[in-house]
Design a protein around this ligand. Structure first.
Ligand code: ADP
Ligand code: MG
Length: 462
């Protein structure tokens, strides 16, 4: 097996050929090899943000180098721990890299992980203590806290609604995690209405409906996210209706979220609407300036980089859409400051916001937007959307993008073919059929496709 230094040279060579000298320099500023540990090739990032950023960008490339040269090594990214002295892996004869003065090199607390508990995956970040309370969400927050302390006895069901990125999922998961903290044996399920639907459909085709029923009707707390997607789905609504009634009769807690109040949910059956209105309905509004600043201050503490208050204010004034976009803008600024080794100042923020806001608010969905987002999602260069290369890790994303273009724009098949590197309309048709086949047969892919779709079209525009 090759030594760390050889592998590192090869990896940096690949990065350089993909991203030229400047890209490599950014990478080297952020990432160092720690060495081979068992079957792991461990790469160390200066902080969590650089870790995420570089992992997303280069993991596939690095893994490919390892696979070709040193199987079965797997690449693993970690965050550098704080050290007393400037101990660097120079004994390996690696390129030396300047110390990074802008960034503190403390490993952040390990709380942003997804926390598996029973069958449910919670995001470790979505708890009550990371939730910033302000005018726009204090009512919903108070209800959720009360419910976590008084399961099934105080407000049932709880229905939280509000626009995208305003903290509905966060609050809902906070209830689940708080309940489990108080009582690790509590039976809690968190899932989206789409996941519930998929599980139901699978249980029918696998003849496991009684198993399915037993699973959801025996919970102490059932959290169903984004119930607007139940609209117009009769079979699953019937099933959910019975699940709901049984839980409710047994005084088990039900919490629901949606993008609109029960009555406004498109094509939702009246009997569900009236069930959803039986307990308490609370909304979350867009955050005001004060709250946006508070959220950024929190984020700034978490990421261990110093961002002056006036810059937080400036960001909060300029990014007004929702909290997810606000956090995204903030992370982008901090990551950029980290890799270019510049303090966070207003010029830097302007520079980044310009691109960020343009990327995040397309007026309508265009083919190039779809290509860009799908490439980002799969972590492949955008150019591969139009290239002729046929390796499997490129073909599938390309087909996904073609299918999404067919769904989300009014382009003809031949126009889509043209936009994807001058392909024939039959190629596009084949791609769309292939994706539909996968959606039908493969539950994992269905979820993946849903995620990509949301990534491309977060506002649900059609
Ligand atoms: P929704 O489900 O309403 O679309 P999310 O719960 O996914 O929104 O929230 C989007 C992002 O914003 C998440 O990263 C979440 O942690 C963060 N967020 C939302 N509201 C708050 C808040 N009040 N305090 C801290 N973070 C928040
Ligand atoms: Mg959500």
């Amino acid at each position: 097996m090759k030594a760390t230094a050889d592998l590192w040279n090869q990896i940096t060579g690949e990065i350089k050929s993909q991203d030229n000298e400047a890209g490599l320099k950014l990478f080297l500023n952020a990432i160092q090899p720690r060495g081979i540990e068992g079957e792991k090739f461990v790469l160390e990032a200066v902080n969590e943000i650089c870790k995420d950023w570089n992992e997303r960008k280069y993991r596939i490339l690095i893994q490919k180098v390892l696979q070709e040269n040193a199987p079965p090594l797997q690449c693993v990214f970690v965050t550098r721990l704080k050290r007393s002295g400037p101990e660097r892996p120079q004994q390996l004869g690696l390129p030396t890299i300047a110390e990074t003065p802008v960034i503190e090199t403390v490993a952040p607390p390990e709380k942003h992980r997804s926390v598996p508990r029973g069958e449910t995956q919670f995001n470790g970040k979505y708890t009550f203590d990371t939730f910033v309370v302000g005018k726009s969400n204090q009512f919903a927050h108070a209800i959720c806290q009360a419910v976590a302390k008084n399961l099934g006895t105080m407000y049932n069901p709880v229905f939280i609604y509000g626009g995208v990125g305003l903290g509905k999922t966060h609050l809902m998961q906070a209830i689940g995690q708080e309940v489990l903290r108080q009582n690790p044996k509590a039976k809690v399920a968190y899932l989206s209405s789409e996941a519930f639907t998929n599980d139901f459909i699978e249980s029918i085709s696998g003849k496991r409906t009684s198993e399915f029923r037993a699973k959801y009707r025996k919970k102490d707390l059932l959290l169903i996210d984004d119930v607007q997607f139940f609209g117009g789905k009769e079979a699953v609504v019937e099933e959910f209706f019975h699940t709901f009634n049984e839980l409710f009769q047994n005084k088990k807690q039900i919490v629901l979220t949606s993008d609109s109040p029960p009555k406004k949910i498109n094509k939702l059956e009246e009997r569900l609407v009236s069930r959803f209105e039986m307990g308490i309905v609370a909304d979350i509004q867009a955050p005001d300036l004060e709250m946006r600043v508070a959220i950024l201050k929190r984020a700034a503490v978490d990421c261990l980089i110093r961002v002056p208050d006036e810059i937080l204010m400036y960001l909060a004034e300029n990014v007004t859409d929702n909290i997810r976009v606000l956090e995204g803008a903030f992370n982008r600024v901090v990551a950029y400051a980290g890799v270019v080794q510049r303090p966070v100042d207003r010029d830097l923020v302007d520079h980044i916001l310009k691109d960020f806001l343009r990327e995040n608010t397309p007026g309508r969905i265009t083919i190039s937007w779809i290509q860009k987002r799908v490439a980002q999602y799969y972590d492949i260069p955008e150019g591969e959307m139009t290239s002729k290369r046929r390796s499997q890790n490129l073909v599938l994303p390309r087909q996904v993008a073609m299918r999404l273009t067919q769904m989300l724009t009014d382009s003809s098949l031949s126009l889509i073919g043209e936009a994807f590197g001058g392909r024939d309309h039959t190629t596009v048709m084949h791609a769309c059929e292939k994706i539909q086949g996968l959606l039908k047969d493969n539950a994992d892919f269905r979820q993946e496709f849903e995620r990509v779709t949301r990534y491309v079209n977060p506002q649900g525009r059609t």
